[in-house]
Design a protein around this ligand. Sequence first.
Ligand code: ZN
Length: 178
Amino acid sequence: MGDECVTVVEMSIGPLEAADRADAVIRWLLDSGVVVSNPLRGSTWQPSGYLPGPRASDAAPGFSDTDYTLANNGVDILVERELYRDTSPHEAPACPDCGYELAEATLEGLIRPWLDGTEPRVTCGGCAAVRPLGEWPDGYLVGELAVRFNNWPSLSPAFLADLGARMGPRWRAVREQY
Ligand SMILES: [Zn+2]
């Protein structure tokens, strides 16, 4: 079995704000004890910058003491413009209003414009509703700031909401598998 991550992505802030908010998010995660700095950062056993802290179960109630010794269960703060996609389950993006599915080819063609510039607005082929690409569930997201939890138990909704609000006004949690 591969690694499974939950990555919280912020879609609306620019690179300068992303750097500021990243610093604030790291301070909050450290101060609350959810993570600790990784003294062995970069090792194959624990490559991430941060590891589960003494209060990790506040964020992910499924954490038991033994889980702290798992390989690759660190937390990464990603501050760069990057493409993300929820990979589990891999559903076609469907219109929230009418269920019309966006063709993969259409979706693929919109990635580069978003990565290189602004978020495309997509007209639904079923009901003609227009919404930004990031509002199509199971599609792609582009963000300047993300926090990735590698192989953590499920994050609590309250923790996710708190973390998301600290990252910015428009965030999503995606599940990724490697
Ligand atoms: Zn529609």
